[in-house]
Design a protein around this ligand. Structure first.
Ligand SMILES: CNc1nc2cc3nc[nH]c(=O)c3cc2[nH]1
Ligand SMILES: [Zn+2]
Length: 373
């Protein structure tokens, strides 16, 4: 079936919502965190391990798979689900953001974006139609419209021009959307940090019938309070019967604050990225297990965590592996960090069910040492 959102309930205390996103490869309970598998793998994790920690959906990237191995190869392999042996939902970003964050020598025109591959300097081109062709070959369940994510900060006039082109690009994506497997196509709301532009972008895009809406242009270096402000006036412009996806977010506090503001889906490389340098998220806050003080700490990363890593290995052992550059160390910190965020979202959904998400936030921030004091 196509991508459909089912609103289950609204938290009486916070206004956050409990929902389900139905996709061709299964259902996602929301609010949900999506582990990032940029190059067709969530770094060092097997699909079985992701299922054990109950990752419901993962994200992959059009830009990276277009450059390597090439979407045509993935297509001939039977699509991304077959290629990476993942039979649950996959969401693919459309590539625009990665062009700006990874490649140089780029040129934006109405047609699309010319750029050089960050791998070998090849001259390449992405457009709304090309991004849809690639995502169709990958066979993702949720595709993103091709957009431009303006830098932060950016001038009002630039952001206005950019969002209007992003709206025209979204329409071109809709027109070239083959719906081969009934995939869903989400539009991406832009508008920078300008309230009137955010409302204009939301109105333009919601006037076209997309099954879901992402809020882009955030988590690009702006202060968190500014991100929350943009959410406060942008989310209400989006239809309650469709999922809202906040791109590139994140940290435990941002996942909770975003859920409170009515966001349903999140993705971020944070848990996998910081795991690679031995930083872990625990109920008491961040813990850098490489630190010498853990050399003889034979307790778990997080005494309150029930994950495979915390049930079987000590801080001292994980620190040893990381110092010895043993890959298993990174697998253990990655497993824990992903489990931590997936468990956090299970706790958020439970708190919404029991109408107590604001109380949950206060308790979590107190323990995690997050109150800005
Ligand atoms: C890590 N922060 C971040 N990752 C993003 C990905 C995105 N994709 C498409 N469009 C966006 O605006 C966009 C913004 C983003 N911010
Ligand atoms: Zn753990």
């Amino acid at each position: 079936m196509a991508v459909k959102y089912e609103l289950i309930k609204v938290c009486k205390q916070s206004g956050a919502r409990l929902g389900r996103v139905h996709t061709p490869h299964g259902v996602i309970e929301t609010p949900a965190f999506m582990p990032v598998g940029t190059q067709a793998t969530v770094k060092t994790m097997s699909p079985e391990e992701l299922k054990t920690m109950d990752a419901q959906i993962i994200l992959s990237n059009t830009y990276h798979l277009f450059l390597r191995p090439g979407h045509d190869i993935v297509g001939r392999a039977g699509g991304l689900h077959k290629f990476m042996n993942w039979d649950r939902p996959i969401l693919t970003d459309s590539g625009g953001f990665q062009v700006f964050s990874l490649s140089d020598m780029r040129k934006i025109t109405e047609e699309g974006v010319q750029f050089r591959s960050h791998l070998n300097g090849d001259k390449l081109f992405l457009s709304p139609e090309k991004a849809m062709e690639i995502q169709n070959a990958l066979g993702s369940d949720i595709m993103m419209a091709f957009d431009e994510c303006p830098p932060y900060p950016a001038e009002y006039d630039y952001v206005k021009q950019s969002l209007e082109r992003t709206t025209r690009w979204a329409e071109r994506c809709l027109n070239s959307h083959a719906r081969k497997h009934d995939q869903g196509l989400f539009a991406i709301v832009q508008g920078g940090m300008y309230k009137d532009l955010r409302i204009q972008s939301a109105k333009d895009l919601t006037s076209m019938d997309f099954p879901g809406y992402a809020i882009g242009g955030l988590s690009v270096g702006e202060p968190k309070h500014l991100m929350y402000e943009v959410l406060d006036y942008t989310v209400p412009e989006l239809p309650t019967g469709k999922p809202r996806y906040l791109m590139g977010v994140g940290s435990p506090d941002a996942l909770i604050e975003g859920s409170i503001r009515g966001v349903d889906m999140f993705d971020c490389v944070l848990p996998t990225r910081i795991a690679r340098n031995g930083t872990t998220m625990t109920s008491q806050g961040r813990l850098v297990v490489r630190n010498a003080k853990f050399a003889e700490d034979f307790g778990p990363l997080d005494p309150e965590c029930s994950c495979y890593t915390c049930k079987n290995y000590s801080r001292a052992y994980i620190r040893h592996l990381l110092k010895a550059d043993e890959t298993f160390g990174i697998r253990l910190t990655t497993y824990h960090n992903l489990h931590f965020l997936l468990q956090l979202m299970r706790d958020v959904r439970q708190a919404i069910m029991e109408d107590r998400l604001l109380d949950f936030r206060d308790d979590f921030f107190t323990k995690y040492g997050l109150f800005d004091n």
